[in-house]
Ligand binder design. Sequence first.
Ligand SMILES: [Mg+2]
Ligand SMILES: [Zn+2]
Length: 186
Amino acid sequence: MGVHVKVGRPAVFLDRDGTLVAQVDDIINSSQLKILSGVPDGVRLLNRLGFLVIVITNQPVIGKGLTTRTKVKKINKVLYNWLSKKGAIIDAFYVCPHRHWDRCACRKPKLGLINAAVKKYNIDITNSFFIGDDMRDIETGKRARLKTILVKTGNAGRDRRYFDVKPNAIVRNFLFAAKFIARVRK
Ligand SMILES: [Mg+2]
Ligand SMILES: [Zn+2]
């Protein structure tokens, strides 16, 4: 056996609320999940291109005491099951449960969750992307040196006054983001 160099896999990191499902302020029940149009096709395309598909989501509803980590896990499982029935696979969900004043290391735009995923899955950052509906997501992607795509669903970048950053692309919805990735990937 020779020396084996493990080459990392590219990933697409995704926001959840406003990107995969309709933006609702506090999602505390799976009945509030409304999957946005084009999402199953978009996830399937990313699967087919060989990307890991990893959700990175801030859920301060947990820190606020409106729900629990376990219940959020169940909600994510409902989303996972629904998509997987359509042949669209989410490889992992990473959740920050904190409120912004908790000063954790994982709430976007901090990189705690992305760093954990990169380590666990041996992700090749230089060929990876972040898709989100908030400028907070774009800021997160930039800090992690990912290529970034803003979708015009959900908040459509309306938090621009807090995070004044430029995404690599701005597209109508998640499917267009996946198609953009299909075009520019190496
Ligand atoms: Mg969002
Ligand atoms: Zn956190």
